[in-house]
Write a protein that binds this ligand. Structure first.
Ligand code: GLN
Length: 491
């Protein structure tokens, strides 16, 4: 039986050495996904499609035409990434039965690199949430403790990686949805610079914030997947023209001489002391590896949540207008007129949190309130960016906790939106400023993982990955394996 926790680098080497086929890996991943179905990480598995792609990959490799290290590696995709021929629900009833006719850009690039798509993963409806409890199809469970949330909104993708079903997955971020669950499940999660990866084929939540992000158990795998999917795309006018470096090339360069800023606002009230202690061990590991720790301040960051919950709902209220019962998904029966069709389709199709966001967003954009709320939030957004700019004139990267504490019990915050929103207190400012951020494992608190976040200058993902690689060598990440019952994963 193959070790289900082998990471992308290890699997790529097995494939290259001819010690495993993609069909072996894909079959094992499908078995494990079935055996761990109680985690509800997947909304849809595609056994036939996956086995077909695996067989194609094996044929390419036997002809000496393997496309690179990801060729033949099984991956999972968050179900707000549009996939040709596979359901794409955004975990919403309003998209039930929708089978997209095309692949999003990141998806088609990942397939072109040879990756095998195992299926689509669970999320908070339309990526609105921090726990994956807002899914219309039920919550995903944290592989470390099935009574707890995996975080969200990319909870399904992260749980699939953390439980050893797949070594890699794609999620999406608007305010922390890759980094926060990655922290709570003990894996790596990257939110690239806004514009680094095309958003074409990522169902829009808040277009000025949304970004696809990779999830992985190893830094090398993350570097490969980022390299495969990043870069300009004529289908997304906000994709950046910047050239895509070889992200795997500099991973061994170390951190000697690197200046690491610790923003004091991120180590203040509200941070669980045990989580803080774990993040401090990460800072010490960086110092021991030759980095210099610097005290810095990001004074506007505490306003991030307030600004985010004006800007993100404002954009969502506009983006979600397209779900009207005419173009996608189910439609209310026997409408008496057009308004009745819209009202009933949307009332029946959207869940409570999505409705809350639409109402909030419509309110903050309405005549008379736009200046009081939306324009003020935009001013805060600029102040947050200016803070980061000032900090990055003194340091190369910033180190913070990813979340205020470990995973919370399912149900604990479901009735308290504000408590839920505060799970993203350390991640949203990075989205508002459009910067890259990565969450790396920081160890366990009472048997549950917590994460440390590294934030970089725009388009300096390579620096974040280099720092993460130094930490991967210095810290015992490989021992971070949840004890998931029933996950045989026979190869
Ligand atoms: N938890 C935040 C929200 O609910 C962020 C979600 C996300 O990044 N997609 O909006």
């Amino acid at each position: 039986m193959m070790d289900p926790f082998l990471d992308t680098g290890a699997l790529a080497r097995l494939l290259a050495a001819g010690e495993a086929t993609s069909r072996d890996l894909t079959r094992a991943a499908l078995h494990r996904a079935e055996a761990l179905s109680h985690l509800a990480a997947f909304l849809h598995l595609d056994p036939e499609g996956a086995m077909d792609s695996a067989a194609e990959s094996d044929r390419r490799r036997s002809r000496g035409e393997a496309r690179g290290p990801l060729d033949g590696v099984p991956v999972a995709l968050k179900d707000n990434l549009v996939t040709r021929g596979l359901p794409t629900t955004c975990a919403s009833r309003i998209l039930a039965g929708w089978i997209p006719p095309y692949d999003g850009t990141a998806v088609s690039r990942l397939k072109a690199a040879g990756a095998v798509v195992l299926g689509k993963t669970n999320l908070d409806e339309f990526a609105m949430g921090s726990s994956t409890e807002n899914s219309a199809f039920g919550p995903t469970r944290n592989p470390w403790d099935t009574g707890r949330v995996p975080g969200g909104s990319s909870g399904g993708s992260v749980a699939a990686v953390a439980a050893g079903i797949v070594p890699l997955a794609l999620g999406s971020e608007t305010g922390g949805s890759v980094r926060q669950p990655a922290a709570l499940c003990g894996v790596l999660g990257l939110k690239p610079t806004y514009g680094r990866i095309s958003r074409s084929g990522l169902v829009a939540f808040a277009s000025s914030l949304d970004q696809i992000g990779p999830i992985s158990r190893d830094v090398e795998g993350m570097a490969w997947v980022l390299g495969a999917i990043a870069g300009p795309d004529p289908l997304d006018s906000t994709s950046a023209p910047a050239a895509v470096p070889d992200y795997a090339a500099g991973l061994d360069a170390g951190v000697a001489g690197l200046r690491v800023g610790l923003p004091r606002e991120y180590f203040a009230e509200g941070l669980d002391p045990a989580t803080r202690a774990r993040v401090e061990t990460v800072a010490e590991a960086l110092r021991d590896a030759g980095a210099t720790l610097v005290d810095v301040s990001l004074p506007s960051s505490p306003l991030g949540i307030a600004a985010y919950y004006v800007i993100a709902p404002a954009e969502a209220s506009s983006n979600l207008a397209r779900f009207d019962g005419v173009r996608y998904g189910p439609r209310a029966r026997d409408p008496v007129d057009l308004e009745d069709l819209y009202v009933r389709t949307r009332s029946e199709g959207f869940g409570d949190e999505v409705k809350r966001r639409i109402v909030l967003g419509t309110f903050v954009l309405s005549a008379g309130y736009q200046e009081a709320y939306y324009l003020k939030a935009m001013a805060v957004r600029r102040a947050i960016s200016a803070d980061f700019e000032a900090a990055f004139s003194r340091v190369d990267v910033l180190l913070t906790p990813t979340t205020p504490g470990p995973a919370f019990p399912i149900g604990e915050r479901a009735g308290d939106p504000l408590a839920m929103y505060l799970s993203d207190v350390y991640t949203v400012s990075v989205n508002l400023a459009g910067l890259p951020g990565i969450s790396v494992p920081a160890g366990l608190v009472d048997g549950l993982p917590v994460g440390a976040q590294l934030i970089g200058r725009a388009f300096e993902e390579a620096t974040l990955l280099r720092v993460a690689a130094a930490l991967e060598r210095a810290m015992p990440w490989r021992d971070l394996r949840p004890d998931v019952a029933g996950g045989g994963g026979a190869a």
